[in-house]
Design a protein. Structure first.
Length: 246
């Protein structure tokens, strides 16, 4: 099916859609030559349409052990060439199958570098992926849809979890933590207590950690004032380090 990515400034980029499901979100780009599976499953991209600048995506297939979350949280994917014949000794399937299984709208056969140039000159924009034949009124209705702001609540852990048995006790504030970050902390002789994003500072300090990690995650800090207020209470009480949103 023919499809189109329409930017908020009116620019259009035509390609093919894997499914006829539309998408709406902020369009962003990623320049990685490898790691597309890690990118697509990174919770930090929740609510965003990810444009991959590298021209060939899916060439080494899938390897589920390297996924960064239980599922992709992105609003959509845009790629240039979507490889349907992957080759790798670890390959467990085609990327297109993964995308369709999770019902993530995907536009392929697009000049993704042209999209990237548009984003770099205009800034991050609201965008939609739609079938080329969609009525203008329906496209306008999609653009009028407010973007989700409480994305952290969608990607954070629901319960307190524990990982590792290392020497250093780290309290992890999970705002959408990538699995690799948690694994590396465990490999660095840490044991982790992983807290939901809305946990109060007093509850975190009650486990007496050696340090506190503020994880990566989606969205803008101004959208999560409840997190900012709790972090303020932690400052000066324990060593704190953070990545991305953290």
């Amino acid at each position: 099916m023919k499809g189109v990515l329409i930017l908020e400034n009116g620019q259009k980029f035509y390609g093919n859609m894997l499914m006829d499901e539309p998408a709406v979100g902020e369009v962003v780009f990623n320049t990685g030559m490898t790691g597309y599976q890690e990118t697509f499953t990174d919770p930090s991209y929740a609510g965003q349409i990810i444009t991959m600048t590298y021209p060939l995506i899916g060439n080494y297939g899938l390897f589920h052990e390297i996924e960064q979350a239980d599922r992709p949280y992105a609003a959509g994917f845009v790629v240039s060439e979507l490889c349907e014949e992957p080759s790798n000794w670890q390959n467990e399937g085609k990327l297109s199958t993964f995308i369709m299984t999770h019902h993530i709208p995907c536009l392929y056969g697009v000049d993704t570098r042209a999209i990237t140039r548009a984003i770099r000159s205009q800034g991050v924009m609201k965008s939609v992926i739609v079938p080329e034949t969609m009525e203008e009124s329906a496209v306008k209705e999609l653009f009028d849809t407010p973007l989700e702001t409480q994305l952290v609540r969608r990607v954070t852990t629901r319960d307190i979890k524990h990982m590792g048995d290392g020497r250093f006790h780290v309290a992890v504030m999970d705002y959408g933590a990538k699995a690799n970050i948690l694994r590396e902390l465990v490999n660095s002789d840490c044991r982790l207590t992983i807290f939901p994003a809305e946990t109060k500072a007093e509850e975190v300090l009650a486990v007496n950690p050696d340090g506190i990690f503020l994880s990566n995650g989606p969205g803008d800090p101004k959208d999560v004032p409840y997190i900012v207020e709790e972090v303020k209470k932690l400052i000066g009480k324990k060593p704190i380090f953070g990545i991305c949103l953290g």
